[in-house]
Design a protein around this ligand. Sequence first.
Ligand SMILES: C[S@@+](CC[C@H](N)C(=O)[O-])C[C@H]1O[C@@H](n2cnc3c(N)ncnc32)[C@H](O)[C@@H]1O
Length: 260
Amino acid sequence: MSNWYNLPTYYDVSFSYEMQDELTFLKRIFNRIFNKNNIRLLEPACGTGRLLVPLVRHGYQCTGFDLNRNALLYLKNKLKRLDLNANIFEANMVDFNIRSSGYDGAYCTVDTFRHLLTENEAVQHLRNVAKSLNKNGIYIVGLHLLPKQGITSKVSRWTARRGRLTVNTSMALIDQSNKRRTETLKVILKTRSKHQDKQFESIYKLRTYTKKQFNKLIAKTNAFTIETIFDEYYDLSQPVTLNERSDYGVFVLRKKQGQT
Ligand SMILES: C[S@@+](CC[C@H](N)C(=O)[O-])C[C@H]1O[C@@H](n2cnc3c(N)ncnc32)[C@H](O)[C@@H]1O
């Protein structure tokens, strides 16, 4: 059994699949809100820098951290190869400590926030992000929500290619508990390169949120308010109002006035 975050080359190819709308959304929203050069961004759990690298390339000053050393090494090598600069270090989303705060914005999409498996961890993380942001800073969090009717599609499959490498990904929901507020996912990666075919399996848990539970969490932090919400189409001209059937939300959280 492998942890697919330990396989940065394959993770990066797989998750870069159809990420253009997500990236464009981030650039547009940060530009619209901050309207200045040298916008400073923080990406908790940045992984391989799937989003961070193109943002640096577009002129944002980025800091990213993650727990996974393989992912960080991959990211540092990529930045070096492209002659780009970013502040990258190893830290936990729960108790990271950033000495130089002053970030304009932070972002954490594709369910990464749900890796925080307890309410305490999630609250601590959100308060820490708020601390690292400037007055009026924003935090963009994108995650799947548990819809009232339950999860209808239990397996997602996609194929991504980069050069001679093909990565087939299947992500299946194999367990879900409303009581424990967890779901268990099994990811199978089938990779094909010039020389060989490989297969990897990874199983991990994520915390679940209904719309109401996420709203309640944000209120509990006393650090952010929910300013706007978008859906999985990342269309900046179409903010949405979530309902009990919504299954993905991109929350634009605004740091509360009076927070240091
Ligand atoms: C779905 S990946 C997202 C990576 C990157 N943000 C992206 O958008 O491609 C989730 C990442 O969260 C990291 N991670 C999980 N729990 C973490 C924690 N407690 N602290 C820091 N990183 C964590 C994993 O190592 C992995 O790189």
